[in-house]
Design a protein around this ligand. Structure first.
Ligand SMILES: Nc1ncnc2c1ncn2[C@@H]1O[C@H](COP(=O)(O)OP(=O)(O)OP(=O)(O)O)[C@@H](O)[C@H]1O
Ligand SMILES: [Mg+2]
Length: 315
């Protein structure tokens, strides 16, 4: 019997179109930060929305602590904090006014009333000094922190944050993630992103999702190790890059000083290396790009096969 706090089985979603957004997703999600990494259109938001109980799956099951939340969406909603990908704000409200409004919509109040709870939450996300400023003047990072404040109101068991750092500068991203990490103790946090760095530092567990399928269920270090020894780096003139790319599995190419490219390639076999290429320590980004760019049969089994599920107590 499966004991993961959040268990997903055979999740399929066909949107009108028809667009098959999820093609049979099985996941066992422990407490702590869990990363959902994938490119645009992979199915991340569809997955999050189904887990949140906002849309129904075409097929499949979602269980939270043993309760079937597709059949009983209220059970999930009462335990859920959600920061959707497109979170709407009223620009003319102050941060505090907006938060109080959202708490009211959510039906959450504190022992000392809603205003006191709003102030407490603003403090937690470092927005106390901006509480009386209009949200319209907030930076992207401040808005997202306000969104996080409403999501954690009521101490939810499950916190879902869907691409929360899109458009934030690196400093605000770090600040947001520090907050999120603080809030992950004792709860399930699902974080979707297309930024590899976000999951590499934050998430002890992650899945890579691509065209509606989980193509890796792993940890940052296991994913790196799976391709280590198979990543090589060298330089290729810009004009030669298309031809080079046709003959090698390029995982990244970065133009240096507008002239030449620093190129990383994936080489799984004993094939001869292009001249000047040397083995380089694999990164999680390499592992991700191998999953995105290589045909399935070339992807090392250790990377493509799901890790055996172990439910670690709150790790
Ligand atoms: N309501 C809908 N109706 C029709 N198609 C949809 C709907 N919602 C999503 N899709 C399609 O389903 C697929 C998965 O979309 P989804 O938004 O879940 O991906 P995503 O991984 O969240 O992408 P992004 O990184 O761009 O947010 C896409 O092809 C998308 O166009
Ligand atoms: Mg999305």
């Amino acid at each position: 019997m499966n004991t993961a706090p959040l268990s997903i089985r055979g999740l399929v979603k066909i949107h009108p179109g028809p667009v098959c957004a999820l093609r049979g997703v099985d996941l066992d999600i422990p407490e702590g930060m869990f990363g959902l990494l994938g490119p645009n259109g992979a199915g991340k938001s569809t997955f999050m929305n189904i887990v949140a109980g906002l849309i129904e799956p075409t097929a499949g099951q979602v269980h939270l602590d043993g309760v079937d939340v597709v059949a009983h969406p209220r059970y999930m909603r009462e335990r859920l904090g959600y920061l959707p990908q497109d979170f709407g704000f009223y620009p003319d409200l102050t941060g505090r006014g907006m938060l109080e409004f959202l708490l009211k919509m959510k039906g959450v109040t504190g022992p000392k009333g809603r205003r006191a709870l709003a102030d407490e939450l603003l403090e937690r996300v470092n927005l106390t000094s901006a509480a009386t400023r209009k949200v319209g003047g907030y930076s992207g990072g401040m808005r997202q922190r306000l969104g996080l404040a409403q999501a954690i109101a009521g101490n939810p068991r499950v916190l879902i944050v869907d691409e929360p750092t899109a458009g934030l500068d690196p400093e605000e991203r770090q600040r947001f993630y520090r907050l999120l990490a603080e809030m992950s103790a004792g709860r399930i946090v699902l974080l979707s992103t297309h930024i590899v760095d976000d999951v590499s530092t934050l998430c002890p567990r992650l899945v890579v999702i691509h065209t509606g399928e989980v193509v890796a269920d792993t940890t940052p270090s296991a994913a790196r190790n799976a391709v280590d020894g198979m990543i090589y780096e060298g330089f290729v003139a810009d004009a030669q890059l298309p031809e080079f790319g046709a003959n090698h599995r390029v995982t990244s190419a970065v133009l240096v000083e507008g002239r030449t490219n620093r190129v990383r390639i994936f080489v799984a076999t004993d094939a001869p290396l292009p001249s000047g290429f040397e083995r380089s320590r694999a990164t999680l980004e390499d592992a991700y790009l191998v999953l995105m760019r290589c045909p399935r049969h070339e992807v090392p089994a250790a990377l493509s096969h799901a890790v055996p599920v172990t439910v670690e107590g709150g790790a």
